[in-house]
Design a protein around this ligand. Structure first.
Ligand SMILES: [Zn+2]
Length: 76
């Protein structure tokens, strides 16, 4: 009995075997569509990371002052 998988892109049933060159995809087209979707996901990740680092001018100034204070204590 052949193993049947569903194409992740179009949900069409695909035979899991040598006759299905693009398994688990039904065709090269569906494989490329899925790869494209992954590429888009990867593009979204850096955007999310940037949103997590909203350092305002004020915060930067504060950080700088804290570092300067630490330096001053170090050199006393
Ligand atoms: Zn497909």
């Amino acid at each position: 009995m052949a193993t049947i998988v569903k194409c992740p892109t179009c949900q069409k049933e695909v035979i899991w075997g040598p006759e299905s060159a693009f398994r688990p995809f039904c065709s090269d087209r569906c494989r490329l569509i899925d790869l494209g979707a992954w590429a888009n996901e990867e593009h979204k990740i850096p955007d999310k990371g940037r949103a997590d680092l909203p350092l305002s001018e004020q915060q930067l100034e504060q950080l700088e002052n804290e570092l300067l204070e630490q330096d001053n204590e170090f050199f006393k």
